[in-house]
Design a binder for this molecule. Structure first.
Ligand SMILES: NC(=O)c1ccc[n+]([C@@H]2O[C@H](COP(=O)([O-])OP(=O)(O)OC[C@H]3O[C@@H](n4cnc5c(N)ncnc54)[C@H](O)[C@@H]3O)[C@@H](O)[C@H]2O)c1
Length: 379
């Protein structure tokens, strides 16, 4: 009998952006077997897509409620153990809540929910059920992000004094200027996206990266958001000043109207002894700067990297790995947790990261709406 984790998927149909990333990641280390799901809200589309994946139609369901009730009737050896939630944002909470209530492990896309309260409710349920819950902040799975995190925690750059994170995209530029074009994306619809577009979609990634690599919590923030047009209710650009409890300060700049930008996520961390810089579009290079020595460029797969970084590399140095591998590493970490194997807490973003992301969004919106004031995040 297969010892693979039986995985179901909600969302991520053939029409989706992110579905293929999760399917390849789930298959990468032979830890999961995708057995079924609800890939689209339309049942015919759902079935047709499942057929292209070669899945058994008996486990393709019309909606997530049916998936849960039918799967719960199966013997525990057959039943889906984990479910990936890859739908538009507004469905994350109701889906994840019912999944947890029915004893499934959950892998959920970001932003975790549409409100901070909902995210706390999921955290409470996850703890009550002792479930494994991973939030797919994909970029945390890159070997050189893991290396950056480890080097900073080992003191390689001394005390952190400045952090500069940016996540710049330009894909909304062709959409934002004409009102009727805006409905072409659910991301600009508050009913589906939640209260934020830019912060929720990409600002949360940058915020998560900042707290992960520095190992520090953002204490307070001051945000200035831009909707570009008065009749657009959603932020499409956000400049956020951040302050940590030790007086280190920084910025998180995110935008979906940075014309021509693709997926320009970068994080620079400056400390008293040096600095580390990483960028998503060239993910296999980590730059180490200092006052006295020439610039050092670290790359994946070399023995000078930490164990957690090396665990995220499958091939000898010089074989570029990318976004699929980063997500694969997250799925691998979640699989270890589900199987009760030892795992490093840096292997996948836990539900707490999703909760922090929701607090970040709500506090940034509050700061902006109150005239760009400093607002404290929850402890
Ligand atoms: N981790 C990342 O880097 C990353 C990147 C992109 C998107 N995302 C997140 O992934 C999620 C999906 O984003 P996307 O860009 O793939 O969206 P998308 O619009 O491209 O795809 C959404 C998919 O969900 C399906 N869907 C909608 N309602 C459904 C329902 N009721 N039941 C089942 N399926 C349903 C759609 O048919 C579609 O296949 C969002 O929460 C987004 O924030 C994360």
């Amino acid at each position: 009998m297969s010892k693979k984790i039986k995985l179901g998927i909600l969302g991520g149909g053939g029409d989706s952006l992110i579905g293929i990333l999760h399917r390849i990641a789930a298959n990468m280390f032979d830890k999961y077997e995708i057995v079924g799901g609800v890939f689209n809200p339309n049942f015919d589309d759902n079935m047709a897509f499942a057929k292209t994946l070669g899945l058994d139609s008996s486990r393709i369901y019309k909606d997530y409620q049916t998936l849960i009730s039918e799967e719960c009737k199966l013997d525990s050896s057959e039943r889906m153990q984990a479910i990936s939630v890859l739908t538009p944002n507004f469905l994350h909470y109701p889906m994840a809540k019912q999944l947890l209530e029915n004893d499934f492990h959950v892998i959920c896309e970001k932003p975790l929910t549409t409100t901070y309260e909902e995210s706390l409710d999921l955290k409470r349920l996850k703890e009550e059920k002792n479930a494994v819950f991973g939030v797919t902040h994909t970029y945390t799975g890159y070997p050189m992000v893991r290396q950056m995190t480890k080097m900073i925690s080992d003191g390689a750059i001394g005390n952190i004094q400045k952090v500069d994170a940016q996540y710049l995209q330009g894909w909304l530029n062709p959409v934002i200027h004409e009102k009727d074009k805006r409905s072409s994306t659910w991301r600009l619809d508050p009913e589906k996206s939640g209260s934020s577009c830019c912060l929720g979609d990409i600002g949360t990634h940058a915020f998560n990266m900042v707290e992960l690599v520095t190992g520090m919590k953002v204490n307070k923030l001051l945000a200035d958001l831009n909707t570009l047009y008065e009749d657009n209710p959603m932020d499409v650009d956000a400049n956020v000043l951040i302050q940590f409890s030790n007086n280190a300060k920084g910025t998180i700049r995110s935008s979906q109207i940075a014309t021509g930008e693709e997926n320009n996520l970068r994080i620079n961390v400056y400390g008293s002894k040096g600095a580390l810089k990483w960028e998503q579009e060239n993910p296999n290079y980590l730059y180490h700067l200092s006052d006295d020595n020439p610039l050092q460029v670290l790359k994946p797969g070399h023995s000078y990297n930490s164990n957690i970084s090396l665990d995220g590399t499958k091939l000898p140095p010089g074989h570029p790995e990318g976004i699929f591998d980063a997500m694969g590493n997250i799925y691998k970490g979640v699989a270890r947790a589900i199987n009760g194997e030892p795992f490093d807490k840096a292997e996948f973003p836990p539900i707490e990261d999703g909760v922090r992301g929701m607090d970040f969004i709500e506090k940034a919106l509050e700061s902006n709406s109150k005239g760009n004031i400093w607002v404290e995040l929850n402890k």
